[in-house]
Design a protein around this ligand. Structure first.
Ligand code: X2X
Length: 333
């Protein structure tokens, strides 16, 4: 069964000003899957984009959202968007890097000082370079990358204070080679698990620790199974809004334009949501029992340098991609 229905039919005229009539079945159904709970800004803004797409196409196009790993974990959804079972998926850069290795470039440990650097890189040369590689994998990446956030470390064991705290720490990381490399380099014992498995793995103590941006820790209720959080900002992570290449290029141009504008503008609002959350969420998590501490990020950086992490990944990403990153953040290795 084709996911895109009626593409061969003559496109109906679209009027932005007519009153929406949704009683007629949509001609085109876009299926979008993601790994986050409905309460995360990514899903709130995606729903707004879906409503806008329905409205601006007068009900001709509908975007169905499958949140919270309903269709399987990240690895499953990545296959689904490749084979066309999904039209859209928002993998974290860490996760799409299993298919497009250079996409992990934004996850080089401690590369970004702040959001100014992040968006200068991702809306600039680094993002453009990665977008090309995503296209080579026959996926289409929309222009606006969505925010996951700066990743922080949490644990149910002893507080994480510096590189020494990492020794032997059983920490969950996403299914992501650079995360395994980084945490191995820090002396920890990282294990890759899909996000759908994280809460249970922490609850049953399969792992003691995990790392995620604070808004994720909040919406996934990880504070229920973790006791302290070290503000490490060790990786900035974002979501690529990707489409199945064939479905994307098969969309009528007017639909493509409406869909990309709705999603990209929703993405810009989602960035603002995360920025605002970053300022408020710590207090909320504290009130729910998660203790916060600063940590010695210099000791982490030194340990990574000593472990050859930067040299290794500079070589893996290649001089061009690395050069784009350093053009924004300065010399890394
Ligand atoms: O799996 C994670 O940790 C998450 C939610 O941050 C990603 O999607 C990479």
């Amino acid at each position: 069964r084709s996911v895109l229905k009626g593409l061969s039919a003559a496109p109906a005229a679209i009027s932005l000003f007519s009153i929406p009539r949704y009683s007629k079945a949509a001609e085109i159904t876009l299926r979008y899957g993601n790994n986050l709970p409905l309460s995360h800004p990514l899903n709130i803004r995606a729903k707004e984009a879906a409503d806008r797409i329905a409205k601006e196409t007068n009900g001709r196009v509908e975007m169905l959202i499958f949140p919270a790993n309903q269709l399987g974990g990240d690895t499953d959804m990545l296959s689904q968007v490749r084979n066309g079972a999904l039209t859209f998926f928002t993998p974290s850069a860490l996760v799409i890097a299993t298919l497009v290795p250079v996409a992990a470039i934004n996850a080089v440990g401690f590369a970004f000082k702040d959001y100014n650097q992040v968006w200068a890189a991702m809306d600039g040369p680094v993002g453009a370079f990665v977008r090309k590689s995503i296209a080579d994998a026959r996926l289409h990446a929309l222009d606006v990358m969505w925010d996951n956030g700066f990743r922080q470390m949490t644990t149910s064991g002893a507080r994480i204070e510096n590189a020494d705290s990492m020794k032997g720490l059983k920490i969950r990381v996403p299914v992501s080679p650079i995360s395994i490399s980084m945490f191995s380099g820090l002396g920890a014992a990282p294990a890759s698990l899909q996000f759908s498995e994280v809460y249970t793995a922490l609850q049953t103590k399969v792992v003691d620790a995990q790392e995620n941006p604070l808004p994720i820790i909040q919406v996934a209720k990880l504070y229920e199974v973790q006791s302290s959080c070290a503000l490490s900002n060790h990786i900035w992570d974002g979501y690529w809004f990707i489409a199945n290449g064939r479905q994307w290029s098969g969309m009528p141009a007017d639909v493509q334009e409406i869909v990309s504008r709705a999603i990209n503008q929703a993405g810009l609002k989602q960035r603002e949501d995360i920025k605002a959350l970053n300022e408020s969420v710590q207090t909320d998590l504290q009130s729910k029992g998660l203790a916060f501490n600063k940590c010695d990020t210099d000791s982490f950086r030194a340990k990574l340098r000593e472990a050859g992490f930067y040299t290794e990944w500079k070589q893996k990403f290649g001089p061009e991609a690395w050069g784009h990153l350093e053009s924004v953040v300065g010399t890394l290795a």
